[in-house]
Design a protein. Structure first.
Length: 161
């Protein structure tokens, strides 16, 4: 887990599992936790895409996303508005407690959300383009390796606020 801004942390599944849920706010950028929260199972109880919480679930101090690492088209299901909602969620909690944004490995989805927050809300790195922001973000988070989410965010950079 790496603190990229006061009270904003980027991590992986292990970081989440070792955290006390009542002390933190979380952005679960992973299907793994989303399925657990929804009571779904990859083998026997798969969700239907029209379920109202298929893509996201917001409960108190938790913002959960049905995200997997994959091609940029996967994030079209989520849409730009969800990225804005995530940043709003972080805004809501960051002054009160630590916010952990995590995915399974902590190298693509969760750091991309952190990059967006630093660029779009905290003005700590460039907001000119994803390319510029990414180059500055590498200095803060050297293990960043964006997959399809990076392509999606790059293509929609100016729509994310």
């Amino acid at each position: 887990m790496i603190e990229i801004l006061n009270n904003l942390y980027i991590g992986n599944l292990s970081d989440f599992k070792s955290a006390n849920i009542s002390d933190w706010s979380f952005v679960h950028a992973t299907q793994t936790i989303h399925y657990e929260l929804m009571g779904w199972d990859r083998k026997y109880k798969r969700p239907i895409k029209v379920h109202p919480n298929y893509i996201k679930l917001v409960q108190d101090n938790r913002f959960s996303l049905n995200w997997v690492d994959g091609k940029a088209e996967l994030y079209d299901l989520t849409g730009v508005g969800t990225f804005n909602e995530i940043l709003d969620f972080i805004d809501q909690w960051i002054s009160q407690r630590g916010v952990l944004v995590h995915c399974d490995q902590g190298i693509s989805r969760s750091p991309t959300v952190g990059l967006l927050y630093l660029a779009k809300r905290a003005n700590k790195i460039s907001n000119e383009s994803f390319f510029d922001a990414k180059n500055e973000f590498f200095k803060i988070y050297p293990s960043y390796l964006p997959s399809g989410i990076g392509e999606y965010v790059s293509n929609n950079w100016h729509l994310i606020k």
